[in-house]
Structures are given as structure tokens and as C-alpha cells.
Design a protein around this ligand. Structure first.
Ligand SMILES: Cc1cc2nc3c(=O)[nH]c(=O)nc-3n(C[C@H](O)[C@H](O)[C@H](O)COP(=O)(O)OP(=O)(O)OC[C@H]3O[C@@H](n4cnc5c(N)ncnc54)[C@H](O)[C@@H]3O)c2cc1C
Length: 432
């Protein structure tokens, strides 16, 4: 059996898997198509402000946190304040996030408040498993009678899962994720790049090799992996969020550079996996998509408004710099987002600007930098009732997969990291 493992994709999943494999004695090489490692966890430095790709928070009790701890990666940062604004019909109300704000809010009537006072504590200890066959909407219809409270709970589920499809998402997954979110989240100092850099440094220490700006275009296999093909040059757009593949400049008919390999881990999205193996592996998933407006301000016009959630609109607003170190002195880094339901058209940037107009009036006069990302894939796989995500081991011998769409554990980066570890363990068990 070969000692060599090739990993395609230098995001969190690829990086984490490489550390487990290299520490166990494998010779690991990561191929990343972009110039920089990190994938969706990258942070861009603009005028001294650290921009994650949209709002990113680590779930403190999640699988990713446990893996960072296991790898010896300590995360620094802060948690957002509990106090927040609920936006309903264009008006701000107090967000009912705890007993006091529930009592004080003008968002709910007496009946809704009473019902919430029983339901909110129940959610902390709920066992989500029995609800695996129903959608979040079905669970809400059965368990919440006050219509405004139902909308409020829908907003909480959106916040935890990033999904604006309560009629599609599994109630078990959504409730599990909400329960996890209620245990606390961390906004990371210096942005998620700090996590990427720490993983990279651990990988380098473990002896992992890196080939960046190098796109893999094919995995050669005949039921067993035989090699990979390295393709053309990759150009990146100004925001470094999209890349354009240039055709290979090799003579016509000639294929890219071939490298023999018998163990390959694809830490990329499911569409790319099927393209690379040129086969239908049945990996059809529904992505969870959001539109993000990321804004750097020289100062924060309204220091009280640091967090808001749309109740009748799928909107999110959070001043991440209020909890984490992300800006020069006095500056503010704000993420505004619209959760996009499957099939809904792109959100308008103006709509997101409207949230800033309401909560941070005067923001336009203190703006330092802004970036609009109309269509970010937050997760490659919306967990639907009855959906079983693929295992890290595929039907092609020597081919493994990892990412937020693989394995049974967690969502978002928790799924990416836990499937990365599971893929590494499967490789060590099968290929040694
Ligand atoms: C707006 C937004 C908000 C988010 N918020 C949160 C949050 O609050 N909490 C949370 O836990 N998660 C969050 N996430 C999700 C989190 O960012 C991802 O789960 C995680 O970064 C995924 O890591 P990955 O390595 O699986 O995939 P990716 O980061 O997508 O990495 C895949 C890598 O593979 C490379 N690649 C692809 N094809 C090829 C090829 N052919 N050859 C070579 N390289 C290739 C890509 O360039 C990329 O670097 C958020 C994501 C977004 C977009």
C-alpha cells in the first residue's frame, strides 16, 4: 500500500485531514486551485479591517471546536451580546433571547410570551432525533401555536442553520443546530484566517507538502484510483471569491500533467467531485445560499445596535468587531446577510443597505470599505428529512471525500471538520 496521499482542496477540511494523515506517517500533498489556502474560511485584510467571507462564528460546543482542541489549536475571540433587535414590519423590537427581553419585548403579545416562556427552556434540552422524518415547518406547526412566536422561532432556526427553507430542512437537524447555537458561539479574533493559518502551520510541522494555484481537473480511475491530472492556471477576481479556470496551454489533444496516485481525498464540493471522477456517484445535494454585505466603518454610529434578526424577513445583522478584534482602533466590521431560500432570486444590495440605514444611520459617511457577495454557498448540503449524507469512503477504491456535505455529524464547518477526521481515519484503517 502506498504511503502517499493526495488531498484536493486546501480549505478547513483538506487542511485538518492532512494533519491527521501526516502525523500518522503518510506522505501528504495538498493541491489547492487558488493562490491562498482556506477556501470559504479565508479572511481578507482591507485597510486594516479583517473581512471573513460573510458572518462566521465557531459553535463552541460543536465538532470543529473539539477537533481544534485535539489538534492543539487555541481560538481567541468573543461572543456576541445576548441583547439584540428583532426587525418586524420594518420596525425594531427587543429580541426575545432570554427571560428579561422576553418579558420586555413589544414583538410578542401576552399569549406568545407565555408560550415562549415554556418553549425556550425546552429547546435547551430537547432530543431532536425523534423529529428526523419531519421538516422544521411541520415541527413549528405542531409545537408553536402563536403565529408571531412561530415566525420568531423560524428566525432562530434560520440563525442557527443559515437556511431559509423551513419547509425543506429536517426538524431534527435544525433543532440540533439551534440547541448547539444556544451553547454559545465565538467570533474569532483576526478572523477565520487565524484558524486557517494555525492549521497550515500544524500541517507544515507534520511535513505536509503544498501545491497552490494548481487545479486538479481529473481523477483517473478504473474502479480503483490510478492518478490525478493537474490542469490549467487559475485566475482570481478582485474579491478573491470566484475563480476563472483558463484552458491548459498544452498542445491540442494533450491532457494536463498526470501524477500517479492510489489514495486521493477530495475535500471539495460534491459537484466538483463528480466532475473530477467523471461519474455520477449520486451526490446530488441542495446548497444553502446567502447574500452578504460586509462593511468596514471608521466608527460605529450607534453603539447600542450590535445585533439584529429579521423576523418576517430572512435578514441578519451583526457587528462582529463588537465581540472580536477585527479592526483598527474605533473601527467597526459589520456583516449584513439575507438568507436565500432555494430558487429565490438574488437579494438586492439595497435591501441589505436598508438594514444598515435603520440600525446604523449615518454609516455611509464613515464607510472605509464594503463588499457585496450576492451568492455565497454557506453549506453544500441542506439536511432534508430522511437524507443520509455520503460516507467519506466512496465506491471507487482509494477515493475518499470530505466536506460540509459528508458524514453524519454536524452542519457547516462542524461537518467539514468531522468528515475530514473521519476520512483520515478511514484512509489510515484501509490503506495501511
Ligand atoms: C457566508 C458564510 C457564512 C458561514 N458561516 C459559518 C458559521 O458561522 N459557522 C460555521 O461553522 N461555518 C460557517 N460557514 C461554512 C464554512 O465556511 C465552511 O463549512 C468551511 O469553510 C468549509 O470548508 P471545506 O474545506 O469543507 O470547503 P471549502 O472551504 O469550500 O474548501 C474547498 C477548497 O477546495 C478548493 N478546490 C475546489 N476545487 C478544486 C480543484 N479542482 N482543484 C484544487 N482545489 C480545488 C477550493 O478552492 C477551496 O479552497 C459559512 C460559510 C459562508 C460562505
Amino acid at each position: 500500500m502506498s504511503k502517499n496521499v493526495i488531498i484536493v482542496g486546501g480549505g478547513l477540511a483538506g487542511l485538518a485531514a492532512s494533519i491527521y494523515l501526516a502525523k500518522a506517517g503518510k506522505t501528504v500533498t495538498i493541491f489547492e486551485k487558488k493562490r491562498q489556502l482556506g477556501g470559504r474560511a479565508i479572511t481578507h485584510l482591507r485597510h486594516g479591517f479583517r473581512f471573513n467571507l460573510g458572518p462566521h462564528a465557531v459553535y463552541r460546543a460543536g465538532a470543529a471546536s473539539a477537533i481544534y482542541r485535539e489538534l492543539g489549536i487555541a481560538l481567541r475571540g468573543g461572543s456576541p451580546r445576548k441583547r439584540g433587535v428583532a426587525l418586524f414590519d420594518g420596525q425594531p423590537h427587543r429580541l426575545p433571547a432570554g427571560p428579561f427581553s422576553l418579558f420586555a419585548t413589544s414583538l410578542l403579545g401576552l399569549k406568545g410570551k407565555l408560550e415562549a416562556s415554556f418553549l425556550l427552556p425546552r429547546l435547551r434540552t430537547i432530543d431532536p432525533k425523534p423529529y428526523a422524518s419531519m421538516t422544521a415547518r411541520e415541527w413549528l406547526d405542531r409545537n408553536v401555536s402563536d403565529p408571531r412566536l412561530r415566525q420568531t422561532f423560524e428566525a432562530f432556526l434560520r440563525l442557527a442553520t443559515y437556511s431559509s427553507a423551513p419547509g425543506q430542512i429536517s426538524a431534527a437537524a435544525a433543532l440540533g443546530q439551534l440547541k448547539l447555537a444556544m451553547k454559545g458561539v465565538l467570533y474569532v479574533d483576526d478572523g477565520w484566517q487565524k484558524i486557517v493559518d494555525a492549521l497550515h502551520s500544524h500541517a507544515v510541522t507534520a511535513g505536509v507538502n503544498f501545491v497552490t494555484s494548481s487545479r486538479i481537473v481529473r481523477v483517473d480511475h478504473d474502479g480503483r484510483v490510478r492518478g490525478i491530472e493537474i490542469g490549467g492556471l487559475e485566475l482570481e477576481d478582485r474579491n478573491d471569491t470566484m475563480s476563472i479556470a483558463l484552458p491548459d496551454i498544452s498542445p491540442e489533444g494533450e491532457r494536463g500533467t498526470r501524477l500517479p496516485a492510489d489514495v486521493v481525498l477530495l475535500a471539495v464540493d460534491p459537484e466538483t467531485v463528480e466532475e473530477l471522477v467523471d461519474d455520477d456517484l449520486g451526490l446530488h445535494t441542495t446548497p444553502v445560499v446567502a447574500a452578504c454585505l460586509d462593511v468596514a466603518l471608521r466608527k460605529l454610529p450607534n453603539k447600542k445596535n450590535t445585533f439584529a434578526l429579521g423576523i418576517d424577513q430572512p435578514l441578519y445583522f451583526s457587528v462582529h468587531s463588537a465581540a472580536a478584534q477585527l479592526t483598527p482602533r474605533l473601527g467597526a466590521l459589520i456583516h449584513v446577510m439575507k438568507y436565500r431560500a432555494d430558487g429565490s432570486g438574488p437579494a438586492s444590495e439595497k435591501e441589505l443597505e436598508g438594514v444598515l440605514d435603520l440600525l446604523q444611520p449615518g454609516w455611509r459617511t464613515v464607510i472605509q470599505h464594503r463588499r457585496y457577495l450576492p451568492s455565497m454557498v454557506v453549506s453544500n448540503s441542506l439536511p432534508k428529512p430522511g437524507l443520509r449524507r455520503p460516507t467519506p469512503e466512496t465506491s471507487i477504491r482509494g477515493l475518499y471525500v470530505a466536506g460540509d456535505w459528508v458524514g453524519e455529524e454536524g452542519m457547516l464547518s462542524d461537518a467539514a471538520l468531522s468528515s475530514a477526521k473521519a476520512a483520515a481515519m478511514a484512509i489510515l484503517a484501509r490503506e495501511t
